[in-house]
Design a protein around this ligand. Structure first.
Ligand code: KG4
Ligand code: ZN
Length: 389
């Protein structure tokens, strides 16, 4: 099989990204234009601004990815683009440009689910290290600003199939990091700053009650059902998450401990610094804040690791993938590594640049579709709530 060069394009949220990946296993170039600075002032992604910024960035970002890959437009074999889930207006920028390129260059177009992309970031990372063997069944935790999903991933011939066995009932884990950072006047996005500040606080200082899943999910196992009785997909055990409770608990803690005025002072001080460093945050954080941040992170990490490993046991998993923006978190990685090792379960993460949104993961996920001839029609459109199966 000759080498296949796929140009990937990703614009689902606040990163305009393009990458070239060879045959699903070699990252040739990976360009990410982040809009963080643009959205920072608003404490979160503003969809209209995101679309406008993607429009500005898409042409130079793709050009740069090809330049770095030393490839011409004509020399790529296919164009892959994120179809969803994500912000509709943002997705449309990538899709429209990918369609125009595919049409003008007469190349096949491949539509990729963003969540499948995050899973294939792990596979790309492993293949880059020369590891081509995947042990099945695979359990993948996709944990980002928009998603907290558990999937069983299987390979059938060239194609991949996914079964969702858990998702968040409310906020995604990354969203909780972002909202708590906003509540504490730590800016946007919250994950990276909380990750670093948590090391300076006492993670045992504030106790958060475990997340309560209020409503019984219709897919939870029925009472009295025999454990080894074959179950339809509808009846298989589920491992759902919930992070809005912990965010509310942080808010309550702030109120009870009268932290509002010091938070306001911090917000103003940090807003005046163009690129705040760790020392700038530390200079503006008292012990109570650092303890709260560390305790919050510990609670989220314990919940993610505990539920994921419970799912791994229930489904007798052979390999665990942890991916998405929150997979960049140091405590999450360390805790997963330790606990999974205790259970003899191999756990794989993408490198940090491939954990957060990027287009290499889109190009990598497109490769099996290329081999299977699974191409998109020119009239496909963005799907903001696209599910993965
Ligand atoms: O995958 P991603 O780049 O975009 C989405 O698909 O959502 O994930 C972004 C999310 C944000 O919520 C951000 O705060 C979080 O990932 N994040 C982190 C870290 N780096 C990014 N959360 C915890 N620790 C980190 N080091
Ligand atoms: Zn993502």
């Amino acid at each position: 099989m000759p080498d296949v060069y796929i140009l990937g394009i990703e614009s689902s949220c606040d990163e305009t990204a393009a990458a070239v990946v060879r045959s699903g296993e070699k990252l040739v170039s990976n360009v990410v234009a982040s809009q963080i600075a643009l959205h920072q002032a608003y404490g979160g992604v503003v969809p209209e601004l995101a679309s406008r910024e993607h429009l500005r960035a898409i042409v130079p970002v793709v050009r740069q990815a090809l330049l770095e890959a030393k490839r011409t437009y004509q020399s790529v074999d296919a164009i892959a683009v994120t179809q969803g889930p994500g912000l509709a207006g943002a997705l449309l920028v990538g899709i429209s440009y990918a369609k125009a390129l595919a049409y003008a260059l007469d190349k096949p177009l491949i539509a990729v689910n963003h969540l499948e992309g995050h899973i294939h970031a792990v596979l790309l990372e492993e293949r880059q290290k020369g590891n081509h063997e995947v042990r099945f069944p695979v359990l993948a935790l996709v944990v980002s600003g928009g998603h907290t999903h558990l999937y069983l991933a299987a390979q059938k011939n060239e194609g991949w199939t996914y079964e969702n066995i858990g998702h968040t009932r409310d906020d995604a884990a990354g969203e909780a990091f972002d909202k708590v950072a906003k509540l504490l006047g730590l800016g946007y996005p919250g994950g990276p700053v909380i990750d670093r500040l948590a090391l300076r606080g006492d993670a045992g200082a504030v106790k958060f009650p475990p997340a309560q899943i209020k409503h019984r999910d219709r897919r939870e196992p029925k009472a009295g059902q025999a454990k080894d009785q074959p179950k339809s997909e509808e009846d298989r055990p589920r491992f759902d998450f919930s992070y809005s409770g912990i965010k509310t608990a942080v808010l309550r803690y702030i109120e009870v401990h009268e932290m509002r005025s010091s938070i306001e002072r911090r917000r103003e001080a940090i807003a005046k610094i163009q690129k705040p460093k760790l020392e700038d945050y530390l200079a503006n954080c008292d012990k109570k804040t650092l303890d709260l941040v560390a305790s919050f992170q510990r609670a989220v990490v314990e919940d993610l690791v505990g539920k994921t490993l419970a799912a791994a046991r229930a489904y007798d998993i052979a390999a665990l993938f942890v991916t998405g923006g929150v997979a960049a978190n140091n405590e999450l990685r360390e805790t997963f590594e330790q606990r999974a090792a205790q259970e003899g379960l191999p756990v794989n993460f993408p490198s940090r640049p491939l954990s957060t949104d990027n287009a290499a993961m889109i190009a990598a996920a497109a490769y099996p579709k290329f081999l299977a001839g699974d191409f998109a029609a020119m009239d496909f459109s963005a799907e903001a709530s696209l599910t993965l199966r």
